[in-house]
Design a protein around this ligand. Structure first.
Ligand SMILES: NC(=O)c1ccc[n+]([C@@H]2O[C@H](COP(=O)([O-])OP(=O)(O)OC[C@H]3O[C@@H](n4cnc5c(N)ncnc54)[C@H](O)[C@@H]3O)[C@@H](O)[C@H]2O)c1
Ligand SMILES: NC(=O)c1ccc[n+]([C@@H]2O[C@H](COP(=O)([O-])OP(=O)(O)OC[C@H]3O[C@@H](n4cnc5c(N)ncnc54)[C@H](O)[C@@H]3O)[C@@H](O)[C@H]2O)c1
Lengths: 207, 207
């Protein structure tokens, strides 16, 4: 079992190393990766060692090799097809966000209960009724769903996603349900980021 | 120095324990806290031990005492006054989000360059020109800013926040600048959540 905190560090490492590549670097050390993100070099080396060996003693890690390995580990060698459920204020910001496409996630279908939206497109993505989720998910090979509906309909919307057989789920309202084997549900909560900031403002010498 | 990953786990523990309180529990064990969130009981105990001792051998942690202690550690004993910079699709979703208020963060002012928005209100929050950020931040004792402007103006908007003396910053577009002592900048990137999902879909037996 790989703890979620390890996976999230791998994501951070990948972003750091991609930025280093953009600035023309060819090698990067665990010290550099750690310093930029507030981790320890030992933590970086330990995380990498779980997945194979990429470093050369004294020279650091080859940036191209490391990006390829991390992308493979994070499942980013292929593109993922994503459904967006709920096209409100947040849904619209997510549908327009270029970062998803840059990192291999393509929103290919939107689902909303609002009759004014069904049958139209947003950012060139077709909008369907949630009743068609199972049918469209199969046809478009959708494997991930992002749920951005009001809190009081989030559980019902997530259950609908599970019933449609979409195994990866991200919800912007806390949902706690029992999932079948092989399904993963991530509850995204931006207050956790706010609490990180309030922690360090309260304890500035622990930064 | 407290690593960011420790702080983010504390946030997750707090949410877990608050939910247990809502369901009427009085005590909770490190095993229960760990199991719900995919951590180990040893990790939970280690995290708590950094900040004091709250547990009673054999009975687990007193939920009311633990909530109070975690809120104090995370700096949530007081309410924080927050500025929102950028009132676009994402900004509107953040301004309406009830979760911030529930966990002690109040958006008290909005700043946007769009002349049609300046001088009006959104969700009963006044909208100002970004030129007034320093003046309004001082008057309303704002200590945290959430920046949701287009990627190409994010660095300029964050610099403006720093100049206004607002020490806690959350940006939805990656910004890398040198910060004065005592300032904290968190770059929020929802693709990290997507990558967590793609990791576990690629390695289902590591869940
Ligand atoms: N976790 C966070 O940090 C965070 C931040 C901001 C917003 N949110 C949450 O995100 C959610 C969306 O916020 P918003 O401002 O975009 O709300 P909104 O009301 O603007 O949009 C909701 C959309 O969902 C649609 N909808 C409602 N029920 C549906 C269903 N069962 N299936 C499909 N579509 C459905 C509506 O027609 C609407 O278009 C809210 O629950 C909010 O609390 C969370
Ligand atoms: N990190 C993530 O996961 C994620 C997800 C969604 C969106 N985003 C990012 O969030 C940002 C906002 O997205 P959006 O869809 O709301 O964009 P938007 O264009 O709808 O809104 C931008 C708003 O910012 C205002 N603005 C522009 N420059 C400004 C400045 N210098 N100071 C103050 N206000 C300014 C505009 O007037 C507008 O109201 C984008 O950069 C987008 O890439 C990030």
């Amino acid at each position: 079992v790989t703890p979620i905190s390890t996976v999230q560090r791998l994501s951070v490492y990948l972003r750091t190393i991609k930025r280093a590549k953009e600035s023309g670097k060819k090698f990067i050390s665990s010290e550099e990766i750690a310093a930029i993100n507030g981790y320890t070099p030992a933590q970086v080396r330990k995380d990498f060692s779980c997945f194979g060996s990429f470093g050369i003693k004294g020279k650091g890690y080859n940036i191209d090799k490391l990006i390829k390995a991390l992308e493979e580990i994070l499942g980013l060698s292929e593109r993922w097809r994503v459904a967006l459920v709920g096209l409100g204020r947040l849904g619209k910001a997510l549908a327009k966000y270029k970062g998803f496409h840059l990192s291999k996630f393509d929103i290919v279908a939107i689902f909303d209960i609002d009759p004014e939206k069904i049958g139209t497109k947003y950012n060139n993505i077709p909008i369907y009724s949630p009743k068609k989720l199972a049918q469209i998910a199969k046809r478009k090979k959708i494997e991930i769903a992002v749920v951005a509906v009001p809190a009081n309909s989030a559980e019902e919307a997530v259950m609908n996603v599970v019933k449609a057989g979409i195994r990866g789920i991200i919800s912007f309202s806390e949902v706690r349900i029992n999932l079948p084997e092989g399904f993963i549900l991530r509850n995204v909560n931006l207050t956790a980021e706010m609490e990180t900031v309030s922690f360090y403002l309260t304890h500035p010498d622990w930064m």
